[in-house]
Ligand binder design. Structure first.
Ligand code: F6R
Length: 241
């Protein structure tokens, strides 16, 4: 694991955004794994700006998002699909046919097989962007007894429901989601995780300095050969070194 500690969320967004843009300039048909939530927003802002200025094109890029709520229409304002359209897809020149999302409103077993095949047909994910939950989740792989492999339907924990409920004002937050499994995340050729703020410090410590355990799903990244972690000082504050 490579660890980078920077001062602000914007600096981190610029650093990660630059990695993505350089990658796409090098390989215009790159396959990118994307995350939602607050953590990747500065990265998406940087990419959108670069695209607007003609410094990168997402025309031939393919994307796979990590997760989606169950029992929520795809285009509902609170869906992760809408989040991605608002924060990135509407701001870059991506072909919407190349955007891949898990469907939380269909049979999860069939959906898992469909997503696994789509990722395989795309020759795998080149760079996977991740955030981390306060409980150490990546995607919506909540703390569990075993590491998962392909996508599956998950009951969200109270910690995740509490963290994400703030986004739901008109309706109650769904308690189930469908998420890429740990295996599908770990098969990405390169992984970049971003964590900012004090609320992530415990999870960051467990991910980097703790044992590799499904009780802290992000700890598995210790075993990835190309995982880079971007932290601000608050998120890094409990690290020993
Ligand atoms: C989102 C996702 C989650 C978030 C995590 C952190 O697609 O998979 O694992 O990355 O919950 O969320 P924020 O960034 O909002 O703190």
């Amino acid at each position: 694991m490579k660890i980078n500690i920077l001062k602000t969320a914007d600096e981190i967004g610029e650093a990660i955004g630059k990695i993505f843009c350089d990658y796409v300039n090098e390989k215009p048909n790159a396959v990118l794994g994307l995350a939602t939530g607050a953590s990747p927003v500065p990265t998406y802002n940087y990419i959108a700006k670069q695209c607007k200025e003609g410094k990168v094109s997402f025309k031939d890029v393919t994307t796979f998002n990590l997760d989606e709520y169950c029992d929520l229409p795809k285009k509902h304002a609170n869906s992760f699909y809408s989040f991605m359209v608002d924060n990135l897809f509407s701001k870059v020149d991506i072909n919407f046919d190349n955007i891949n999302f898990l469907d939380g409103n269909t049979d999860s077993v069939d959906e898992s097989a469909r997503y696994a095949k789509a990722i395989k047909d795309a020759n795998g994910i080149d760079v996977q962007l991740l955030g981390i939950g306060r409980n150490g989740h990546i995607g919506f792989n909540e703390p569990a007894d075993e590491f998962t492999d392909e996508a599956f339907k998950v009951k969200l924990t109270d910690s995740t429901i509490e963290a994400n409920s703030i986004y739901f004002t008109d309706i109650a937050m769904p308690h189930y989601a469908i998420t890429m499994g740990i295996g599908s995340i770990m098969r990405a050729k390169s992984i970049i995780l971003v964590a900012t703020g004090e609320s992530k410090a415990e999870a960051v410590k467990a991910m980097i300095e703790g044992e590799v355990t499904p009780k802290c799903p992000a700890s598995i990244l210790q075993q990835h050969e190309d995982a880079t972690i971007f932290l601000d000082e608050a998120a890094a504050s409990l690290l020993k070194k």
